[in-house]
Design a protein around this ligand. Structure first.
Ligand code: CMP
Length: 223
């Protein structure tokens, strides 16, 4: 897909008139990152905003003992790297390619210029930041209030909602899910098996399907 085609689909830029979008495309650069390469390092200064054109990246914190907590997984059309550009603080987390990924890169000055000229973009950015804050709130709540079973159920519901339905096509290993909910791979594998056995979800090679939303919501403490 071309850079223009990707940017057109990014909610952040969908506010722009065609000529304005073209200006963004003109100043943007495309870069590819192989699987497992670090795109941004926590604490580095921020000099660019990134949009995922193809592939998948994870936003992570890495402890001194090397353990990873995944704050978010971002796919096509999603952006990252905005925080350091907004508050002039260092990068808040590492961002690592989970698969070979192509990114569209906007330099700090270009992004800030676009923000200044287009209140629509500033509003879309605020909307996305609010959405991310809500997800962090949910995550903090689930870490404190739910057991692993509940946290897995909550994550599955969240991922299905993101795709607007009952299917999760995003590729996530049990190890990744464990890093997203603060658990171990073994526990996640056991929990997923139980959810399948109880008929709450169905797992195939390509996707995960929610079969009993009511029961999954109950497990996630939503009812
Ligand atoms: P920045 O701090 O510049 O660099 C790391 C980026 O990771 C950050 O901008 C955000 O784009 C992204 N990020 C940090 N925390 C979260 C989160 N909780 N959810 C989604 N994205 C995040």
């Amino acid at each position: 897909m071309s850079g223009t085609a990707v940017l057109e689909q990014v909610p952040l830029f969908s506010q722009l008139a065609p000529a304005e979008l073209q200006r963004v495309v003109d100043v943007a650069r495309e870069r590819t990152y192989p699987k497992n390469s670090v795109i941004l390092f926590e604490d580095d200064p921020g000099d660019a905003l990134y949009v995922v054109a193809q592939g998948q990246v994870k936003v992570v914190l890495i402890g001194e003992d090397g353990r990873e907590v995944i704050l978010s997984v971002l796919g096509q059309g999603e952006f990252f790297g905005e925080m350091a550009l907004i508050d002039d603080e260092p990068r808040s987390a590492h961002v690592i390619a989970m698969e070979d990924s192509t990114l569209i890169v906007l330099r700090r000055e270009d992004f800030q210029g676009i923000l200044r000229q287009s209140p629509g973009i500033a509003l879309a950015l605020l909307k996305e930041l609010s959405r991310r804050l809500r997800r962090v709130d949910e995550k903090v709540g689930s870490l404190v209030l739910l057991d692993v079973n509940g946290r897995v159920a909550q994550l599955l519901l969240e991922l299905a909602d993101e795709e607007g339905g009952e299917r999760i096509t995003r590729r996530l290993t049990h190890h990744t899910i464990a890093q997203m909910i603060g658990s171990s791979r073994e526990t996640v594998s056991r929990t997923m098996r139980e959810l399948v056995d109880r008929g709450l979800i169905e797992v195939s090679r390509k996707d995960i399907t929610i079969r009993d939303r009511g029961a999954l919501e109950a497990a996630a403490g939503r009812s």
